[in-house]
Design a protein around this ligand. Sequence first.
Ligand SMILES: [Zn+2]
Length: 61
Amino acid sequence: MASYHFKCKDIGMSCDYHVSAKKPDDLIPQIAQHAKDAHSIDEVSDDLKQKINSAIKKKIF
Ligand SMILES: [Zn+2]
């Protein structure tokens, strides 16, 4: 079974936020919500989305 992990630190934020999900698509809305709450980023731009996608790591258990 695979899971996908994202750390805010991996896109250069000094932030300990970490989120995981079974599908990468499930991560994006949670990351977008966090970006809004914690970093005042109202809209995730295509640039940022690309950064996030490349920072998402797949783990297989
Ligand atoms: Zn963060």
